[in-house]
Write a protein that binds this ligand. Structure first.
Ligand SMILES: [Fe+2]
Length: 242
């Protein structure tokens, strides 16, 4: 993969992205960082890569059925930790909701979700087959006033080379959040290619790191050097206005 990084290395004239909208930085509640110390290390590293504002997004799915209360409590604890260490970053939280029957029940019960400003709701699906409830979820969430944001669309096998479905999702009001790390080949060449395709066609609305640990920060650093990362920064990303 390294030859790709060299080949694609570019200097962007654009200011760096300073707001990250997707990460797993609240310790011990999902498969992200395990401790406040690890969160601190990862945040310092991300800060050195130009980020000073984090809207983190712990998983809510069958393995980590985190309530909004638990997530907000962890956020308060992390803020306290960072303040004690004099680390001056802004950190808030949403959640990355996994689309399953539980989530549909929550939508139908009109439960309030942890969403970005203007009700942008981050969700993911399984990686292999398209959930039968996807359109229904989009419709119901939209009817409730949410703007569904599909996390890492480049990673779903059912969307690979499926431009029609992507355009269909966009026409239904879905916004797309690309993982920057995909541009560094972290998830394999097909995902990397798809990430470039989505940027080339201006289908992306947000860039996120999806950072879970220190190793991911290295991949992010590589991604930042690619031509397509610079190209993505030219898009009217919502990172700046969330
Ligand atoms: Fe994630």
């Amino acid at each position: 993969m390294l030859h790709w990084f060299k080949k694609e290395k570019v200097q962007s004239w654009l200011p760096p992205l300073t707001t990250d909208v997707h990460s797993h930085l609240l310790p011990g509640i999902d498969d992200g960082v395990k401790s406040f110390e690890e969160a601190e290390q990862v945040i310092l590293r991300l800060q050195s890569l130009g980020f000073n504002r984090f809207i983190t997004s712990p998983h809510v799915h069958e393995l980590y059925r985190n309530s909004s209360e638990v997530i907000l409590e962890k956020l308060a604890m992390l803020k306290e930790h960072l303040e004690k260490k004099n680390i001056g970053v802004s950190i808030s939280t949403v959640a990355e909701y996994s689309l399953d029957e539980w989530l549909m029940q929550q939508v139908e019960a009109k439960v309030k979700f942890l969403a970005f400003s203007q009700n942008h709701l981050l969700f993911e699906t399984n990686f292999f087959s398209e959930p039968l409830i996807l359109n229904d979820f989009i419709f119901k969430a939209t009817t409730l006033g949410y703007k569904p944001v599909l996390a890492h669309p480049e990673r779903y096998m059912y969307l690979l080379n499926n431009r029609n479905r992507i355009e269909d999702l966009l026409s239904r009001g879905v916004l797309l959040q690309l993982n920057s790390m995909s541009l560094a080949g972290v998830y394999g060449p097909d995902v990397e290619k798809m990430a470039r395709f989505l940027i080339d066609h201006k289908f992306i609305h947000m860039l996120g790191s999806d950072c879970h640990n220190l190793a991911h920060t290295q991949a992010l650093q590589q991604a930042q050097k690619t031509k397509h990362y610079a190209k993505a920064l030219e898009l009217p990303l919502l990172n700046y206005s969330l």
